[in-house]
Design a protein around this ligand. Structure first.
Ligand code: IMP
Length: 447
């Protein structure tokens, strides 16, 4: 990777001074906010980059050394050999996928060795989790299906909470691992049958699964560590750590648009449960938003534009899922939702991404409040049925209709683009520190 290309790294001291060693980057919408670009920008000022929740449902593309890489579990800090990458215990880990990712990286000249450690507490995604995910979505179907990424994420977290059928990475090195897989497979046969699986799908070969996973365990052994102890030592030693949230806060299992959420704490609250690092050590929370809103999968989306505007945003913004390639649903910026998640995450500053995608539009709408049963509200509803019924109250702002992809300073943005950003900032109640006007690192404006 050409670190000389990093845009304005020295200027990033504005955001990341030496007194701000622990930073967290979280998405404030329904995921896909281009957090990867912000993490990539901030990585050079950190010694450790940590993934702490989610699993192979996450995906981002990183361009390094002129090559494009798709990463799901491995933190993007892997492209900088001096950075320690940590996959913490709150992540659900599909070991086969992790090994494929490692092989994909090493095959293209990226060193993956001691610079990647993976928590022995991370829960393991097993073949039945993927089956359960698929069968459950099929069984529920229609508008009630969650529209998951079908990576077995929910079933793996369900087993974690249920405990008796869960496997953690550390369990794969124990003498009783084969017995454990046999016992769990027996239970899972009943569960899969209950979900309407065919005879083939129920015929889990526990010993084959054991052998495969034992093989994975051997491959991953050099990376497996007690990451909680590692990270606690690191914060106590004042190391500069960057926490990389996956998905977005509105998909948070506790605080998102339940049940149309993912199964982990993808808002700011997940940092400490997922990594073991107390929240009091996080010095800076950066909330990442798109200049508009997208959602992939089912569930209410008040500002959705299922029309020409939405299609325009989808095409200009290339709004197709990184993991599943599903077209993303697109709509206007929802300040009610973003204000809620910015508060929930204790966000200090905003990074507004993909501003350039809106450049051609003559007028922009921003949702400033909702109408619910004739009442105007600005608190985000806690029940999905209420969220389904809200009518967004919009404010119309003029578009700038100029190419902004070459702008590098806030003052050089068209006045109307600055007005738009100012209004978002005012409504969300947080200053805008970073604006992205294109996918390249250089296409970044620091306030
Ligand atoms: P799951 O995480 O695969 O269980 O999917 C649950 C919901 O979260 C679905 O609506 C998915 O589309 C959504 N989701 C999961 N991961 C991501 C992501 O990385 N970006 C955007 N949406 C996601």
């Amino acid at each position: 990777m050409d670190s000389g290309r990093v845009a304005g790294v020295s200027e990033m001291a504005v955001i990341e001074g030496p007194g701000v060693p622990v930073t967290c980057v979280i998405g404030l919408q329904w995921g896909d906010e281009a957090k990867g670009k912000i993490v990539d920008l901030l990585t050079p000022q950190h010694q450790i980059v940590v993934r702490y929740q989610g699993g192979s449902n996450a995906g981002h593309t990183v361009v390094a050394g002129g090559q494009s890489f798709k990463l799901s579990l491995v933190p993007s800090g892997i492209f900088r050999p001096e950075v320690q990458c940590v996959v913490a215990g709150g992540v659900v880990l599909n070991p086969g996928s992790l090994i494929d990712e490692i092989d994909g990286l090493t095959g293209r000249g990226v060193a993956v060795g001691a610079n990647l450690i993976v928590s022995d507490r991370a829960h393991v995604v097993l073949p039945w989790h993927v089956e359960e995910d698929r069968l459950m979505e099929r069984l529920i179907g229609g508008g009630e299906a969650i529209g998951t990424t079908l990576r077995g994420i929910g079933p793996c977290y369900r087993d974690k909470m249920g405990r008796s059928t869960a496997v953690r990475l550390g369990d794969m090195y124990r003498d009783d691992f084969q017995d454990r897989v046999r016992r769990i497979a027996e239970t899972k046969r009943h569960i899969l049958a209950g979900l309407g699986a065919s005879a083939d799908e129920i015929a889990l070969d526990a010993d084959e699964i054991f052998r495969r996973y034992r093989g994975y365990a051997e491959r991953l052994e050099p990376h497996v560590a007690d990451t909680t102890a590692y990270l606690l030592d690191a914060v106590e030693a004042g190391k500069r750590i960057l926490f990389e949230g996956a998905q977005g806060s509105l998909l948070d299992i506790d605080h998102g648009t339940f049940p149309f959420v993912t199964s982990s704490n993808s808002s700011g609250v997940g940092v400490s449960s997922g990594s073991g690092v107390p929240g009091r050590y996080v010095d800076k929370m950066i909330g990442v938003v798109k200049a508009y809103t997208t959602r992939v999968g089912g569930g209410p989306f008040p500002t959705e534009q299922d029309n020409e505007i939405g299609r325009h945003i989808r095409e200009v913004g290339n709004e197709y899922g990184t993991v599943t390639r599903r077209p993303r649903r697109c709509g206007w910026f929802d300040a009610v939702a973003a204000r809620y998640t910015a508060r929930l995450g204790g966000v200090d500053v905003l990074a507004v991404m993909l501003l350039d995608v809106l450049s051609a539009l003559p007028e922009l709408q921003v949702c400033t409040a909702y109408e619910l049963d004739g009442r105007r509200i600005t608190d985000f509803p806690s029940h999905v049925d209420d969220l389904r019924r809200v009518v967004p109250v919009y404010e119309t702002l003029p578009g700038w209709q100029q190419d902004i992809t070459t702008v590098r300073k806030m003052g050089d943005l068209p006045r109307k683009a600055r007005q738009y950003l100012d209004r978002l900032s005012q409504l969300v109640g947080r200053p805008v520190a970073i604006v992205s006007v294109g996918p390249d690192r250089e296409q970044t404006i620091l306030a």
